[in-house]
Design a protein around this ligand. Structure first.
Ligand code: ADP
Ligand code: MG
Length: 682
């Protein structure tokens, strides 16, 4: 008997080949398969007579093939199939490019459905490369058709057919993880209806019902999972830290901490004194001074006789932290060490020995901090920087090096308050909502593509003044495929190098490069060996390069506000006036508004609220944070209005039945979803 964890090959029609293709998308089990949700839908329900086709509307036509299709070979790599089709109202001339096989599958005298946009007028129309299928099949015409995210070697057709088969195979084994009472009280549809209609909607209304139900379910499970994690965590007790005189720490700083920094520190220290392990998120805009909050916690933990570790996602970030923190903390009697992938083996051994013997107090590094040989005498505090770029496992591995160590996570992604409550539930979060005084805001402009020549002139001017520029390059996605970032970056960099900016030193970096290569490019940029760095957002350039004063973002309309804000945060870190130029030819009103927000404010939380208002919660919910499961359907199917209901439903259920005895399917699914998080959040 199959269950949702059964391998997709269980399905007749999914053989070795197709299974391999699906695995590329991470689809291995039946659950993966039916949970591969469409990116969007095409409404192909409208059916029109030939004479009534509208010029700008794609529509279906039922027409009989009147002449046998002909194939002509135009030139190398270009075949044309032509045919004439008719209905009672007119004639449709149809042309297909490079689909020669259609000659033998479309038969004279039979009726087919053609879906596409028609040209011409009256009773004589033309269609180029329409979607076509026999009348009555209704697989790709006459219905709302799902459009899935793809990857090379997996077509829409493969996915649609596999998912169709997956749904049929699962029809009888889909457990409803929503308790009946909750489903009824919130007027949600059945699970079977939801999965069927999220993929193959009977109508727009059915699609709405399906989305609502699946988004509700996801948020509901998430809310319960969070609350249970919390109660599990507060049940662990550790010996509380003692109060420490923080005076020497404050006096050693070259500046006074902001009130926001002080508040975060107080909250964290109170956690560590509470007797339960701290699990705190410190959220603050780029440049808000999170590092000093971490430093204060390290000081506090070490003065309590414990060790601390700070893990950064890249070598260069780790080195920057070490360069910034070690001189300060050494002065205060804290023995700091740096441990990264490029630490020579002999030194690594020596460092590891010091950590194991308790002869070092504070380890700063990359994932080298968690590699096999490294042990800690008494790891009491784990800090992770920019944690969203770590795998969950890496954080868990560092935590496992101690015995319920306190954890502090630093994140530069501002989340609106309403959402923070949902994403973190009762997990403790501190917010640094003020920047240190004296920052010059990044001047931001939104311009159309026609400004590019002037923009390149501006880049050159910055370079002449000794400054550097980041360019986030456009990313073209063809045919719903996941974008090819490598191609996009290398081609754009090549264009700059050979045409637009041949006099400057242009480098590029993208996520497909090896970590070592990426680090090398970043280090060279930080050392001002290059003037312009082209990249995608896929790799976030988290490194501090105070000399970079210009951020250019191509196709700015493709980004959410929060993402634009993150990118802009890469400049404005030094004493130079910095600029951000958003390039977009999109005249859509929403885009215009969004880009205008960027030119008006640099406050990350304001921007996040505005993003929530303009685009809904998708962008925030889609991000995996803190080792928690991602919210996939809520990401595409949820409006802000739906956020509260699942929360209160979760609370009500837990109040009545804290152990979830009445709904084993719910309990089981939450266990699965949160298995990883339970390991990570001590
Ligand atoms: P982020 O939150 O992005 O990690 P950092 O901790 O790197 O920010 O701080 C950004 C810069 O601001 C650093 O150069 C740091 O020395 C400086 N800084 C931090 N706190 C203050 C403060 N209270 N007053 C002045 N400068 C500060
Ligand atoms: Mg930082």
């Amino acid at each position: 008997m199959a269950d949702l964890n059964t391998d997709v090959r269980y399905i007749k029609g999914i053989g070795e080949q197709r299974a391999k293709a699906l695995a590329k998308l991470g689809i291995r089990t039946l659950r993966d398969l039916i949970s591969w949700f469409p990116r969007r839908y095409e409404d192909r329900t409208a059916l029109r007579p030939i004479a009534e086709l509208l010029p700008d509307e794609a529509a279906c036509v039922a027409a009989m093939v009147a002449s046998p299709p002909t194939v002509s070979h135009i030139r190398k790599g270009m075949d044309l199939v032509k045919l004439r089709a008719v209905d009672g109202t007119g004639v449709l001339d149809v042309t297909f490019f490079n689909q020669a096989w259609l000659k033998n599958s479309l038969h004279q005298g039979e009726t087919y459905i053609f879906y596409g946009k028609a040209e011409g007028g009256g009773a004589r129309r033309k269609m180029v490369s329409p979607v076509v299928e026999p009348e009555g099949r209704r697989e790709v015409t006459g219905r709302i058709v799902p459009v899935y995210p793809l990857t090379t070697g997996v077509s829409q057709l493969t996915l649609r057919r596999s998912i169709r088969q997956g749904l049929d195979a699962c029809a009888d084994i889909l457990p409803d993880v929503l308790p009946d009472s909750v489903r009824r009280e919130h007027t949600l549809c059945h699970v079977g209806f939801a999965f069927e209609n999220i993929h193959f909607p009977q109508s727009p209304e059915a699609l709405d019902l399906a989305r609502r139900r699946l988004a509700f379910e996801e948020l509901f499970l998430f809310a319960i999972g969070l609350r249970r994690l919390r109660s599990r965590r507060t049940a662990v007790s550790v010996s509380p830290c003692a109060a420490v005189d923080m005076g020497p720490f404050h006096r050693a700083l070259p500046f006074t901490l902001t009130d926001a920094q002080r508040r975060c520190i107080e909250e964290a220290l109170a956690d560590m004194r509470s007797g339960a392990p701290m699990n705190r998120l410190c959220q603050g805009d780029v440049g808000s001074g999170k590092t000093m909050v971490a430093a204060a916690c390290v000081y506090f933990a070490v003065k309590n006789g414990r060790q601390a570790a700070l893990m950064a996602p890249t070598e260069i970030l780790a080195r920057q932290h070490y360069a910034g923190l070690a001189p300060l903390l050494e002065e205060l009697g804290i023995r700091c060490i740096l441990l990264t992938g490029s630490t020579p083996a002999r030194e690594k051994k020596a460092v590891a020995a010091r950590l194991a013997a308790g002869d070092a107090d504070f380890a700063i590094g990359t994932h080298a901090l968690i590699t096999g040989g490294v042990e800690y005498a008494d790891l009491g505090l784990v800090v992770t920087d920019e944690q969203h770029r770590f795998g969950v496992g890496q954080r868990a591995a560092l935590i496992a090096k101690g015995c319920h160590p306190h954890t502090l996570v630093m994140s530069a992604t501002p989340i609106p308050r309403t959402l923070a409550l949902i994403l973190y539930g009762d997990l403790d979060a501190s917010v640094i909502d003020r920047l240190p005084p004296g920052r010059r805001p990044v001047e931001t402009y939104a311009v159309p593509g026609s400004y590019r020549p002037r923009l390149y002139g501006f880049i050159r001017k910055q370079a002449a003044a000794g400054r550097q520029t980041y360019v986030v390059c456009p990313m073209v996605t063809e045919n719903e495929e996941l974008p090819d970032e490598r191609k996009a970056v290398t081609e754009y960099a090549e264009m700059l190098r050979t045409q637009a900016l041949p006099d400057l030193r242009v480098a590029f970096v993208h996520g497909k490069m090896k970590p070592k290569e990426k680090d090398a490019v970043m280090t060279a940029f930080a050392a001002h060996e290059t003037d312009v760095l082209v990249s995608t957002t896929v790799i976030e350039v988290g490194v501090d390069v105070p000399n970079a004063s210009l951020m250019v973002i191509e196709n700015a309309e493709r980004f959410g506000l929060s993402q634009l804000h993150q990118l802009r945060g890469r400049v404005g870190r030094g004493q130079h006036q910095s600029y951000c130029v958003l390039v977009s030819d999109n005249r859509n009103e929403e885009t215009r508004q969004r880009l205008k927000v960027m030119t008006k404010t640099t406050d990350g939380f304001k921007i996040a609220e505005e993003d929530l208002r303009l685009r809904g919660p998708g962008d925030f919910l889609g991000q995996r944070q803190h080792g928690l499961p991602g919210l996939r359907i809520a990401d595409i199917g949820c409006d802000t209005g739906l956020l509260k209901e699942p929360q209160s439903a979760a609370e009500a259920l837990l109040a009545e039945d804290p152990a979830l005895k009445s709904c084993p399917a719910t309990a089981e699914r939450i266990e699965e979803l949160f298995a990883q998080a339970a390991d990570t959040l001590n």
